[in-house]
Every structure is written in structure tokens, then in C-alpha cells.
Write a protein that binds this ligand. Sequence first.
Ligand SMILES: NC(=O)c1ccc[n+]([C@@H]2O[C@H](COP(=O)([O-])OP(=O)(O)OC[C@H]3O[C@@H](n4cnc5c(N)ncnc54)[C@H](OP(=O)(O)O)[C@@H]3O)[C@@H](O)[C@H]2O)c1
Length: 309
Amino acid sequence: MNAYATVLITGANGLLGQKLVTDFHPHYKVIACDLHPESFFSFPNLSYENLDITDRRQLGFHISFYHPQVIINAAAYTDVDGCEIHKDKARAVNVGGVRNLVSFCREQKIKLIQLSTDYIFNGENGPYFEEDPPDPVNFYGETKLESERIIKESGVDFLIIRTNVLYGFGKNVKSNFLLWLLEKLSQNEKIKIVTDQFNNPTLADNLSLCILEMVKKNISEIYHIAGSEYLSRYDFAIKVADKFNFDKNNILPTKTELLQQKAKRPYKGGLKIDRAQSILETKLLSVNQALEYLIKSKQTFRELSAPLL
Ligand SMILES: NC(=O)c1ccc[n+]([C@@H]2O[C@H](COP(=O)([O-])OP(=O)(O)OC[C@H]3O[C@@H](n4cnc5c(N)ncnc54)[C@H](OP(=O)(O)O)[C@@H]3O)[C@@H](O)[C@H]2O)c1
């Protein structure tokens, strides 16, 4: 995609959205969009629009005004338990919003990049390859799978990127597993973490750079992009405590069934990343590499997450 192209990013105030805006901004004309009236952060000359992807009229207006060549949809209702309770909202955002995007992308020949998840798989025998049969065990997974189907059947030029357990620091972002963990560990609280859910946690900063490379190379179809290490949530938490010098004894092992979460979780989830690794120069990071990267940018973390530590 040439350097003067316009890239519209939805969900720009979210964890991944913030990284995408930061990474794409030096290379493309970026239009950052999110539900909130203002951007959570700013750059000189950054165009920000208040946009709800479920509002077809508003979406059509911004797309006609900016004429993007690429839309990256990082907007979603991502609260997995919330999706189980608020099914209408989950369907409206994760399916209806994507249907809206698809219709404008088809009409105006815009490439659509959609973020999806390993939660489209049932977690019986992960990690999964791109072509493995989906079988979601919760409503969030169902909505994300349905959005994939709409995109694949639409005839638009698309790139679907499935990822899992996104973590990182960002300004005003919702808590993610890492932030929650650091908050609890820094307060010396005892926490229970499951030993029976496996995946390959993904540093949002790492994923964003992969997406930038894929846009530059104009890659299409479906790719799994995730961290290079497959481990349990418990083992991930122990590594975090180790790297950030918190007391590991505060992390207690537990089992998924004891948590009584609203939404079922895949046990052996996660994603095989061989296909992405075969085309990407950007290296997919192990947990330790990713945590070291975060520790190096600790000043930023302390600024961004000041209330937490
Ligand atoms: N987080 C994970 O572990 C994970 C794993 C696999 C895949 N993914 C996928 O990766 C993508 C990015 O995830 P993330 O963790 O960066 O999510 P996030 O932090 O929750 O960000 C999503 C952003 O989208 C906004 N949004 C929600 N509804 C919207 C709407 N109707 N119109 C426009 N914006 C809307 C949210 O605003 P509010 O905060 O106000 O709702 C938020 O700013 C999503 O597609 C997600 O499904 C995430």
C-alpha cells in the first residue's frame, strides 16, 4: 500500500487501536475513530472522529469524506462475559458493525482488515491452524465467527487476523490480563489464576507492527498472529511476577470450573503462527521478550498507568 494511502482505524482508543494509530501515523494518513468524543491521546495532525460502527449513516459519512483505501476494524465489544449477558449489544457491534463496514468496503473498493480471535475455536485441541474448523463455546466467539463469515462471503479484499490474550499498556485502556495482574501484585493481594487454560499471549505493540508490515505488503486472507510461546495463564502470571519483581507466592493455582465465569472458555485455545512467521519480517515475541520490551518502556507505563502502581 503506497505511503500516501489513507487508513481509517476504528476502535482507535482501545488497546490495539492506540498501538495501530501510533505505528501507522508516520507512514500513512491516519483517521482514528472511536465511540468517545475525543481521542485518548494525540499527535500533531491526527484526524480523530467520533464514530459508532453500528451507525450506518455516520459511518457512510466519514468514509465518503475521507476516502480511505484501507479500514482496520479494531472496534469490538470485547467483554467476553458481558457478551453472554448483553447479547443484543454483542451482536450489534461485533456482527452489525462489521456488516456495515463490509457494505461500504464493497461499494467503494476499500480493503478491510478485521481483528478476530482464537475464541472461534472450542479449545479441545489447540493451538489452532488457520484452516481448522471453528466451533465457538461462547457468544463472543459466535459473534466474531459470524463477522468472519460475512467478510469472507462479501467479495471484498480482506485480511482477517486472529489473535489471542492481547496485553499491554495504553492510555485509559480497559484492564487487560497484564494490567489486572500488575495491579493486584503491586498491592500484594493474593490472586487465583487458572492452570487449565492455555494460549499464546500477544503483546499488542508486537501485533500492531505485524499489521503495519502486512498493510505495506498488501497481504490478504486469514492469518494467526500471536505471541510465540504457548503456556497456561498461571505460567504466564508467574513470568510476569518474575520480570516485574513481585512476589510469586501471591499467585495461587486454580481451575476454570471454580471461577464460575458467565462465558465458557476454551481450555486448549491459542493459535499456530507458522503461516504468519513464514511471511513476516517482524518477529513474534516470546513472553519474556515482550515483558522485557515493556520494562524498557516502563517510564511510559508509569505515566500511563500511574493509578495502578
Ligand atoms: N483483548 C483480547 O484479548 C483480544 C483477543 C483476541 C482478539 N481481540 C480482538 O482484537 C480487537 C481489538 O481488541 P482490544 O483488546 O484492543 O479491544 P478494546 O481495548 O476493548 O478496544 C475496542 C475499542 O472499540 C470501541 N468500541 C466498542 N464498540 C464500538 C462501536 N460500536 N463503534 C466504535 N467503537 C467501538 C471500544 O470503546 P469502549 O471501550 O467505550 O467500549 C474500545 O475503545 C477486537 O476486535 C477484539 O475482538 C482481542
